[in-house]
Design a protein around this ligand. Structure first.
Ligand SMILES: [Zn+2]
Length: 327
């Protein structure tokens, strides 16, 4: 869910964006975005910039937020305008993407594709009123319900003027093939992180835009553990050139199978930990001592925020397994 408010200290703001993930952000007046994260990711010339831009193929650019959890948005230049896959959270970030498309590419965003309905991927769409917006049908429904509820609670500060934009083109099942300005896109549903999660394959370059189906640690508090495992399995052996994650760095060809294997191993490890805890009198307390490294993932990713995601995963899986045991 989405909550936005001021922390106790005046100079620090806390932003809760992806269902409880809390990031402490530098004040807007500071030139250094988000301490450790900036040091990990930002070269010197980017230190004043809230966002990184990376060119990963001739017509493909990935924008990564330095302000919120390394969330990504991508631009694919085509002969029929630019295709924008997701938007970033803050208006200043989306404005900068828009300016890049207009001045550097001398183009306009003609199509937006949502990987899923979460705020950090959809809040910039209203900057492109002319664009068609493509997504899975479940994305439409979730944005129209949970998305609206979350939006209503967070109508202040920098995000006061954000307007939700519902998809204008949806698909229900199978693969949606889109041909836009000489480029071919394939979209399909990979539920797990959220039930509307969708991946997009740019066929000419074999680049997969994975949304939050791939991020530094799988995260399913708003989705389903078992669906997630199946979705990760389905992406193995597909010979992608690159994968753009919903958060974090672009995954290169030689790293893809290792990354998928690592995510699946993590899912197996947390299930074993939760099943073991369920045999004990107080599983919730026991799970607090199960660190992320015991489940095979580094604790430093996303500037350490993965630990928080991991703990939420354990509690969510405990709930999901307990529910399925009583059905
Ligand atoms: Zn998400």
């Amino acid at each position: 869910m989405y909550h936005h408010g001021r922390g106790a200290a005046k100079s620090v703001r806390r932003l809760h964006l992806i269902f409880g993930l809390t990031l402490i952000l530098a004040p807007a007046s500071s030139l250094t975005p988000f301490g450790t994260l900036a040091m990990l990711r930002a070269p010197l010339e980017q230190a004043r910039n809230p966002m990184q831009r990376e060119r990963i193929a001739d017509d493909v650019y990935v924008f990564t937020s330095e302000r919120y959890a390394q969330v990504t948005a991508s631009v694919i230049a085509t002969n029929a305008g630019a295709v924008l896959i997701d938007t970033l959270v803050f208006p200043e970030e989306t404005r900068e993407i828009k300016q890049f498309v207009e001045t550097r590419l001398r183009s306009q965003v003609s199509t937006i594709i949502y990987t899923h309905y979460h705020a950090d991927h959809t809040y910039g769409a209203h900057f492109f009123p002319e664009a068609q917006v493509v997504a899975h049908a479940r994305c439409y429904d979730l944005l129209d319900t949970r998305g609206r509820e979350a939006r209503a609670k967070n109508a202040s500060g920098e995000l006061a003027h954000v307007a939700l934009v519902l998809p204008t083109v949806v698909f229900n099942r199978g693969v949606l093939n889109l041909r836009i300005g000489g480029k071919s896109f394939q979209l399909w549903n990979t539920p797990g992180h959220s039930m509307d999660s969708t991946v997009i394959l740019l066929r000419e370059d074999r680049i997969l835009f994975a949304g939050d189906t791939l991020m530094p640690v799988p995260y399913f508090v708003d989705g389903d553990y078992f669906a997630f495992v199946a979705s990760l399995e389905s992406l193995r052996g597909c010979n992608f050139e690159n994968i753009v994650q919903g958060h974090g760095e672009v995954i290169l060809k030689g790293e893809i199978e290792e990354k998928l294997g690592s995510d699946l191993a993590y899912m197996v490890a947390i299930r074993a930990a939760v099943e073991n805890a369920m045999t004990q009198p107080d599983p919730e307390t026991l799970l607090k001592s199960v660190g992320i490294e015991r489940c095979g993932k580094s604790r430093i990713l996303l500037a350490g925020q993965v630990n928080e995601l991991h703990q939420v995963n354990l509690r969510t899986l405990l709930r999901q397994l307990a529910q399925s045991a009583t059905v």
